[in-house]
Design a protein around this ligand. Structure first.
Ligand code: 8YV
Length: 326
């Protein structure tokens, strides 16, 4: 008897075929107000759930009395309450590793475009305003040789540090709950307090997970500890930064600029002041969004769900102790 599985994200055809072959599959491209009742009905018999980009809270979980495994097509799992899933005996699988390098590339894209004002000036050229050799008013700031401060030295933080140190000759300092010996040995990274990173870095890169202890970690007081010439980069979760405080700091010149791939509310509201500030590069959460990496993430998530429903949670499981409650 094949397990019943609910899919709630549009995925590549080859991986959809794998799910259809392995499970009795009910398919949704996303969870919306229009299909919410149908999703609840499908969850009533679901053993497994796979998807991303939608919070899976108590209302959905209460509708799924036999749910044993969730496979998120993401490395982040802040759209779930892990303690609640564990209490319910539901294992949560995620996709670490497969998106590390692509996400680090995105973060470096933000570093380079915000430092050199590339988006702003590309638009300026397109508007036909380039009429003579540019002057100082259009200068950016160097990246090579500047100090990068990384908040969160996990897989993605390490990949950012690798690019910075090996590719751009940037001294690396970092804030992390534990030391990263590999970064310190191979990249000469130095672990510092949060205040020290904020004070010393020319680029402050947020690559922390969104947890109760990191939510709103960066507020106006923290931003004010940064150099006025420094740039804030956020490639992890918008809610780690107090967005109202960030807007104020950017408007007041407390920091030079911001490069953002994530926001407190996504999609970013069209009336957000962030969209009016010339010293902001705003990307639509494209961290892992390449054809190659998003496909690899789905392959990993399908593998994870097949394994988890067969009782194997040895890799990529956030809460393996939940299995004991089956
Ligand atoms: C996307 C991410 O949000 O993996 C994550 O945690 O933030 C991004 O890769 C995710 O792939 C869902 O689309």
């Amino acid at each position: 008897m094949k397990p019943n599985v609910v899919l709630y994200k549009k995925i590549p055809a080859d991986q959809l075929a794998r799910l259809r072959q392995a499970f009795n599959l009910t398919e949704f491209d996303s969870i919306t107000p229009d299909n919410h009742r149908a999703v609840l009905a499908a969850l009533a018999q679901a053993d497994g759930l796979i998807g991303a980009s939608h919070p899976i809270g108590a209302q959905l979980l209460d509708a799924a009395p036999q749910l044993r495994a969730i496979s998120t097509i993401s490395v982040g799992y802040d759209q779930f309450s892990v303690p609640d899933l564990t209490r319910r005996g539901i294992v949560l699988m995620h996709t670490p590793g497969v998106l590390t390098e692509t996400t680090a590339d995105t973060i470096f894209t933000l570093i380079l475009t915000s430092a050199r004002r590339a988006i702003e000036l590309a638009e300026w050229v397109k508007q036909g305003k380039w009429r003579r050799s540019i002057g100082e008013e259009y200068y950016g700031t160097d990246v090579n040789g500047k100090t990068i401060g990384i908040l969160g030295m996990g897989r993605i933080g390490y990949a950012v540090a690798k690019r910075a140190f090996l590719g751009f000759g940037m001294p690396v300092i970092y804030y992390n709950d534990v030391a990263n010996p590999q970064a310190e040995t191979l990249l000469n990274a130095r672990r510092r307090s949060l205040d020290q990173v904020l004070a010393e870095a020319d680029f402050v890169c947020v690559v922390l997970p969104l947890l109760p202890e990191t939510e709103k970690l960066i507020d106006y007081a923290q931003l004010a500890k940064m150099k006025s010439s420094a740039i804030l980069i956020n490639g992890s979760r918008g809610k780690i930064v107090n967005e109202t405080d960030l807007i104020r700091a950017l408007q007041e010149g407390v920091i030079r600029a911001a490069g953002l791939d994530v926001f407190e509310q996504e999609p970013l509201p069209v009336n957000s002041p962030l969209l009016t500030l010339p010293n902001v590069v705003a990307l639509p959460h494209i961290g892992s969004a390449t054809h190659e990496t998003r496909h690899a993430m789905v392959v990993c998530a399908v593998d994870n769900l097949i394994a988890a429903l067969a009782g194997d949670v040895t890799t990529n499981c956030v809460n393996p102790t939940a299995l004991a409650r089956h």
